[in-house]
Design a protein around this ligand. Structure first.
Ligand code: MF3
Ligand code: CO
Ligand code: CO
Length: 270
């Protein structure tokens, strides 16, 4: 395992990239409405990232091993889509839930974050899934400190989500991030306390649980990217990029428009 440890300069780079990624979501928020196409959101984000932020949308043409180059600048995953949904010309409609996942590269450093949006009213069940998935992510984040282990994070998320009757997607996980989009370690959203890699100050990784209202099983669709729930149940995801500090954690992907912290969380850093 070669997990990169960021020095002060790297941490500054990650702070800036993280804030910019979050600000793209702030910028998009008023546009996430019934009638807007995900392609329109993609163009808005692309132009904002490249022209206003002078940054690079990391997903565009991203081609990990075995994948075709990703064709858009953001990921938009709707309803039973779990992750990696590709923007298209279909309009959002009232009651949809949509995850928008943004990764920007600024001065060589990556910031990666996603939020859920409920279009229009939204059913009680849909709103609850989105809210509880946000809490699930934070249950993982608050475990982050030197000496803790990756299994502590996964366990906390799994315990909370399954306790509500939801399921945790197994095939996709959080990841180390820095000058590379996806680097070691893998950050599973399930597991056993006291297992896996020990956390050290200067590590940066994402926590990005995908939580299904129904069963945990997923499948890939024909486009080679979009992942959906096998049982077509709703799926939600939230993502933050986190730094391990000498005393705990610092969430890097925050901005003005970040949603309020759950009641059990006292601070965005400690
Ligand atoms: N942002 C996603 C993640 O959280 C990765 C998207 S890869 C893409 O790791 F190519 F689909 F954009
Ligand atoms: Co990520
Ligand atoms: Co992401």
């Amino acid at each position: 395992m070669t997990i990169t440890i960021k020095d002060e300069q790297g941490i500054q780079g990650m702070r800036l990239a993280g804030r910019l990624a979050s600000e793209v979501l702030d910028f998009l928020t008023p546009h996430v409405q019934a009638g807007v196409t995900t392609n329109a959101l993609d163009k808005l984000a692309h132009d904002y990232i490249t022209q206003v932020q002078q940054a690079i949308p990391a997903p565009l043409n991203y081609a990990p091993n075995g994948y075709n180059p990703y064709p858009k600048s953001i990921c938009t995953s709707i309803n039973h889509q779990v992750c990696h949904g590709i923007p298209n010309d279909k309009a959002l409609k009232k009651g949809d839930i949509v995850n928008i996942d943004i990764t920007v590269i600024k001065n060589g450093w990556h910031g990666d974050t996603s939020r859920m949006f409920v279009v229009g009213e939204g059913s009680i069940a849909a709103k609850r899934l989105c809210a509880m998935t946000y809490e699930a992510m934070w249950h993982g984040i608050v475990k982050v400190k030197p000496g803790a282990r990756l299994g502590d994070i996964g366990h906390a998320i799994q315990l909370f989500a399954e306790g509500l009757g939801f399921s945790v997607v197994r095939e996709f996980c959080g990841h180390g991030i820095g000058q590379v989009f996806h680097e070691e370690p893998q950050v599973l959203h399930y597991g056993k306390p006291g297992t896996l890699e020990e956390l050290r100050a200067g590590m940066t990784f994402t926590i990005e649980p995908m939580i299904n209202a129904g069963k945990k099983d997923i499948r890939e669709t024909g486009d080679g990217w979009t992942i959906v729930t096998r049982d077509h149940s709703l799926s939600a995801q939230w993502e933050h990029t986190v730094l391990v500090t000498p005393t705990g954690y610092e969430v890097l992907t925050l901005s003005e428009g970040s949603p309020p912290l759950p009641a059990f969380v006292t601070s965005t850093s400690c």
